[in-house]
Design a protein around this ligand. Structure first.
Ligand code: NAD
Ligand code: TDX
Length: 339
């Protein structure tokens, strides 16, 4: 099979490329990525010369480029990771989120309709369900939880999900959607909580916790997410949504303290800063459906996954030092100076 992975130079997409090449050596993997600030070719350097791998630099919103790729590759499956993915950036500048996350999704699905496809898989997020209150630990997101978004980012992802289901109903496109909780692991861009805190702590810089740091996220090791998507594209039912995650809830402040302890850094580095606008309180996934239908459950315990992740950042300084040496400095200054 030929599998097109869009956004494969980013965090989860690159982990998925590695997962496919390792676990399905019979499949050809074609990565389509625009290489925005979040996409880095150094992330894919070890597989650039792999005989089953091809990299194409293109924008998913660029219809001509997308159609050309379909004519050349005749993909059997498309897995769409390409997105603007950072909530804080969406609060500053929503427009590019609407363009890539909504229009880009529709262009990809138009190509699937025009050239035919075995499966179009949309990588979505638990953020489309909005948030849960902190005082109701008995509540979880199921696939039936109504869409109820908070940020421009989550609204753009929810819009894409609605379009995906509309293409299924209207045109019979064979689609699936996964809605995953917060991922962590190798190649995570340092604008996000865990890598940002590791990198700042290593430099003895302040650790900027939004508000009290009591917000809860349901953390999933990225390889477990890749396994889930692989199960869904091969055995998931067409037209279905699958929630991915499960019972690994942590407050932000707990995570930052754990990172300090692991790196032998003082908690006095923790600095409480102005909260994110519209900040979601708690995400928590009920993974019953994917477990009962596809036998998937998270395999990596948070205690192990976070140590592996910290070790990865210690062992791969070149990767992140290059990233934070450029435009990232302006971003950091704008978002965190005098916050
Ligand atoms: P990321 O920001 O690390 O990577 C996004 C990738 O998409 C980059 O390589 C970027 O260059 C590429 N891209 C952006 N715009 C593009 C365009 N117009 N055309 C082609 N390529 C483009 O994101 P991530 O964290 O790896 O997330 C991947 C997907 O998973 C996203 O759809 C996101 O919404 C979803 N998701 C992420 C998480 C998480 O915790 N990171 C959780 C649930 C769902
Ligand atoms: O500097 C920070 N300080 C801080 O307290 C940063 C960057 C974040 N936070 C808080 C905000 C959140 O409560 O940490 C939590 C996690 O923040 P992010 O890493 O930005 O992730 P989140 O907003 O939860 O969204 C992530 O999970 C769902 C991904 O970025 C999305 O792409 C995915 O859909």
């Amino acid at each position: 099979m030929t599998i097109v992975v869009t956004g494969g130079a980013g965090f989860i997409g690159s982990n998925f490329v590695y997962y496919l090449l390792e676990h399905h050596p019979e499949d050809r993997v074609v990565c389509l990525d625009k290489l925005t600030y979040a996409g880095n070719l150094s992330t894919l350097a070890p597989v650039m010369a792999h005989p089953q791998f091809r990299f194409v630099k293109a924008d998913i919103c660029d219809r001509a480029s997308v159609y050309r790729l379909f004519e050349e590759e005749h993909p059997d499956i498309v897995v769409n990771f390409a997105a603007e993915s950072h909530v804080d950036r969406s609060i500053e500048n929503p427009e590019v989120f609407l363009q890539t996350n909504i229009i880009g999704t529709s262009v990809l699905m138009d190509a699937c309709r025009k050239y035919g496809i075995g499966r179009y898989h949309q990588v979505s997020t638990d953020e489309v369900y909005g948030d849960l209150p902190l005082d109701r630990p008995d509540l979880f997101f199921t696939e039936e939880t109504p869409i109820h978004t908070s940020s421009p980012y989550s609204s753009s992802k929810a819009s894409a999900d609605l379009l995906v289901m509309a293409y299924h109903r209207t045109y019979g496109l064979p689609v699936t959607i996964s809605r995953c909780s917060n991922n962590y692991g190798p190649y995570h861009f340092p604008e996000k909580l865990i890598p940002l805190m590791i990198i700042n702590a290593l430099a003895d810089k302040p650790l900027p916790v939004y508000g009290e740091g009591l917000n809860v996220r349901d953390w999933l090791y990225v390889e477990d997410h890749c396994k889930a998507i692989d199960r869904i594209i091969r055995d998931g039912r067409v037209g279905e949504v699958y929630n991915v995650g499960g019972h690994n809830e942590k407050q932000n402040i707990e995570i930052v303290r754990l990172i300090c302890r692991s790196l032998g850094k003082p908690e006095s580095l923790i600095t409480h800063v102005t909260d994110r606008k519209g900040h979601d309180m708690r995400y928590a996934i009920d993974p019953t459906k994917i477990h009962s239908e596809l036998g998937w459950l998270p395999e990596t315990k948070f205690e192990d996954g976070i140590q592996k992740t910290i070790q990865w950042y210690l062992d791969n300084r070149d990767w992140w030092e290059t990233i934070i040496s450029g435009e990232y400095q302006n971003y950091y200054e704008k978002m965190y100076h005098n916050r």
